[in-house]
Design a protein around this ligand. Structure first.
Ligand code: SF4
Ligand code: SF4
Length: 349
């Protein structure tokens, strides 16, 4: 196998990423297979606890091109979910009342022309809707300026990435001007009541590390964010989710290019936490891609690792079959089990 460093810039498809993740040797430190770690924790084969969260990636199109994006999203991506596939998602929700939470992600999900009718239809089924809003989309075009009102009207929970509470660190990761626009968008969300105590309108922020390190403790970081954002910009929010970067897609490319892949993997393996492993999000979540295929999580989706078993597409959605499946794991899963663990809702322990 070629040296890992020689392979950067060739991460054009999932297969190549998987080969690096699965076979990478990290200098003197041979990676323990994730499967073995799960076996030692009595968790292999990894089984669902029951599908409850329905996470739908409605497209890879985005107004930003963040350095660590695991979706490899951007303005040039054309893959977006059609209304026909959305209707199949709605059918699955109708047939499965246990799916109470619908988590909409992308790309920038709002760029899908059917985003608003889809949210409205899901809400009419009385489900809780979370939207992963990148904040800058609200200012990107006049047609998005009323998004805070739309979210409020439909009682949507907003989860937004803000890599840090300073301009330099945020812009370095997400692009020039992103911090300033994010602050304006947060103020617009606050103006309609998001993140304000007593309104019931939830606004959560997401931190992810800018480099090859694990996130600090979520609770203390949340206090730091609250103090800085409130004092400097008068911004309020509910919770901060501290998320670990998984070694896939653009972040894997960054690790390889910067020569940090080996050190980072070592860090993840050494920080393996069996309690976090027992609580990984794939145990109660199912992830649906823009073209309707089913995955154990958004990360497996990006590696094109479809769910095991026969129910592989939203048109064949079968919760009893999905609840029986074995979750597909690989070395990238160490990102979910390091330290306090990491999920789309932040730390898990
Ligand atoms: S805003 Fe989100 S989806 Fe868009 S490029 Fe950044 S990380 Fe990726
Ligand atoms: S990467 Fe996906 S499959 Fe692996 S542990 Fe995390 S959520 Fe589960």
């Amino acid at each position: 196998m070629k040296s890992l460093k020689a392979q950067h810039n060739i991460l054009s498809d999932a297969q190549e990423q998987l080969e690096i993740i699965a076979h990478g040797q990290t200098g003197d430190f041979a990676l323990v297979p994730f499967q073995q770690k799960l076996e030692e924790s009595g968790l292999f084969p990894l089984k669902p606890t029951g599908v409850e969260i329905f996470q739908v990636n409605i497209g890879k199109m985005c107004n930003q091109v963040c350095k660590h994006c695991h979706v490899d999203a951007g303005p040039d991506r054309k893959e977006i979910m059609t209304w026909e596939t959305m209707e199949q998602c709605l059918d699955a929700l109708r047939a499965n009342p246990r799916l109470q939470i619908v988590d909409l992600t992308g790309g920038a999900p709002e760029m899908n022309p059917n985003f608003r009718p889809f949210v409205t239809a899901i809400k009419s089924l009385n489900r809780h809707v979370i939207v992963r809003c990148n904040l800058t989309i609200i200012l990107a075009n006049k047609k998005y300026h009323d998004l805070p009102h739309f979210y409020k009207q439909h009682d949507v929970e907003v989860v937004s990435s803000l890599p840090f509470y300073t301009q330099d660190r945020t812009d370095r990761q997400r692009g020039n001007g992103v911090f300033e626009d994010s602050i304006k968008a947060l103020q617009m969300l606050n103006d309609v009541g998001y993140g304000i105590e007593g309104t019931g309108l939830i606004l959560n922020l997401v931190y992810n590390p800018a480099g090859a390190f694990l996130p600090p403790a979520q609770q203390s970081l949340e206090q730091e964010y609250k103090q800085a954002l409130t004092q400097q910009y008068g911004i309020f929010f509910n919770n901060l989710f501290a998320i670990t970067n998984l070694p896939i897609s653009r972040y894997l490319d960054y690790l390889l290019q910067s020569g940090n892949y080996e050190k980072y993997m070592e860090k993840l393996v050494k920080a393996y936490n069996p309690v976090a492993a027992a609580n990984v999000m794939c145990r109660n979540t199912i992830s649906i891609s823009w073209d309707g295929y089913l995955y154990d999580c958004d990360f497996n989706q990006m590696l094109d690792l479809k769910v095991s078993g026969l129910s592989k597409h939203i048109s064949q959605f079968d919760t009893s079959m999905l609840n029986e499946r074995t979750i597909i794991v690989n070395q990238h899963c160490y990102g979910c089990t390091a330290g306090s663990g990491s999920s789309c809702g932040g730390a898990v322990t």
